[in-house]
Design a protein around this ligand. Sequence first.
Ligand code: FPP
Length: 241
Amino acid sequence: MSTAPLSAVASPAPPAIPRHVAIIMDGNGRWAKARHLPRFAGHKAGVDAVRHVTRAARALGIEALTLYAFSSENWRRPEEEVNDLMGLLRLFIRRDLDELARENVRLRVIGDYRRFAPDLVELVDAAIARTAANTGPILAIALNYGAQAELAAAARRLAARLAPEDITEAAIEAELETRDLPPLDLMIRTSGEHRLSNFLLWQAAYAELLFVDTLWPDFDGEALADAVAAFGRRQRRYGGL
Ligand code: FPP
């Protein structure tokens, strides 16, 4: 029989919490269609899911949550839907900024959001500024974001400044929009699609990927906790043994 003290045997390592989680929020349209509702209703329910999941991420101790709200390819959608998404973003900032500020969240945006309507750009800039001095978790929203454009822009800046031999992986990393976020640990995509859709391609190099069938509006705090538990069961080897 072992003589080890009970405390030594009975205290398993604490569950691994991913420091940085990114989510491709997919399935709003199908959620609405299944209920014979307009697509707008799906996106609106999607914003409620954003609220629940953001709260749950804070409670779980996730340091950074990056949400793919509008890709650089989403401009191809009908104008009415693009306007609806912009309207929901305005509403989200107006309704939720007080809570985010109070909860010490730092709001960030990645992507070329300056192509949005001037009032929305102003609203986003003010929201970022209001939470900039906070010290808590980061909520990064990807707006008009595309990973290939992010990498091409980084390459252009580096080429203008550095000799080819100095364009290293670290130099590229330092040019990415996520440069001051923790390394990406977990990338989740909802709705049963198995693609990265031009989201954080560099950052996902060693991230764990999790594809779940749940449609985004149904993804809640419990679903995020399940995803974190699944992450905790993964063995990460970074190319080693
Ligand atoms: C994908 O569902 C979802 C989007 C393109 C937009 C995600 C946006 C939100 C959840 C709302 C705005 C976000 C914030 C942060 C306020 P889809 O329309 O492609 O669904 P489908 O594939 O079922 O048609």
